[in-house]
Design a protein around this ligand. Structure first.
Ligand code: ZN
Length: 244
């Protein structure tokens, strides 16, 4: 059997410590729920890392051994050390996959990779969200029907200030009439990036089977297909000097 895809599930982990409602929804943390979902897949091995660990759990060794990093953060984006962001950025350009979840839209690493403000419209009303599949042939949408329905979510609406994505896999609509590009792919360097909107901390979104399926699909899609050194080669190739 081929080697498993090595995933590191990163979570800020602060809401779970401060808010008993969140701790009840995610007794093992948001990271615990996501890692559990991924580890149920035969081809994925997921471990976790959180903000309050040394180096935020993202040592050089961990990052070197990570094929795909998933990122959930919200209330403490500014507490993420720039030195760690630099290392994650470098690994992403070299080919590590990165899956940015929900409020991670304002994470330092996502804003740096996008180069825009990544701001959006929001409202915490607990109403219904329908994520329509807009790219049914895409591997990230494999096994998903026409749409995913989440009965209670936080609303995110346009305008979402991001560069034009390579692909839009899901578009959400909300009870208030808003729409949002909810599943988006980007390439940066040799790395693949997927932004996936669902995941507000007070709702059991990461226990939803369809959301879990998308996460596993996204890990497979974002897994490295090659790697790239970040450099500007300048030695002559010498092709035309060699005898044929
Ligand atoms: Zn939220």
């Amino acid at each position: 059997m081929a080697a498993k895809i090595q995933v590191t599930v990163w979570n800020e982990g602060r809401h779970e410590k401060k808010n008993p409602v969140v701790a009840k929804v995610y007794p093992k943390g948001i990271h615990g729920a996501i890692a559990e979902a991924l580890n149920a897949q035969p081809d994925i091995a997921a471990r976790t890392a959180t903000l309050d660990e040394p180096e935020h759990g993202l040592s050089d060794e961990v990052l070197r051994g990570t094929d795909v990093l998933t990122w959930w953060g919200h209330m403490a984006h500014d507490d993420v050390a720039d030195a760690v962001v630099d290392k994650v950025h470098q690994r992403a350009l070299e080919g590590m996959g990165l899956i940015v979840l929900h409020s991670g839209h304002l994470a330092k690493i996502f804003r740096r990779l996008m180069g825009t403000s990544c701001t959006l419209r929001w409202r915490e009303d607990g109403a219904r969200e329908v994520l329509w599949v807009t790219c049914p042939a895409h591997p990230i949408a494999a096994g998903i029907d026409d749409c995913i329905i989440l009965p209670h979510t936080e609303m995110y609406g346009e305008f979402f200030d991001i560069p034009q994505p390579d692909e839009t896999i899901f578009i959400s609509n909300f009870a208030g009439g808003e729409v949002f590009r909810s599943g988006l792919t980007f390439r940066r360097g040799a790395g693949r990036i997927f932004y996936f909107r669902p995941g507000h901390e007070t709702f059991p979104i990461y226990h939803d089977p369809a959301v879990r399926k998308v996460l596993a699909n996204a890990v497979r899609w974002a897994a490295p297909t090659g790697s790239m050194k970040i450099e500007c080669p300048h030695k002559p190739l010498g092709w035309f000097e060699k005898p044929v």
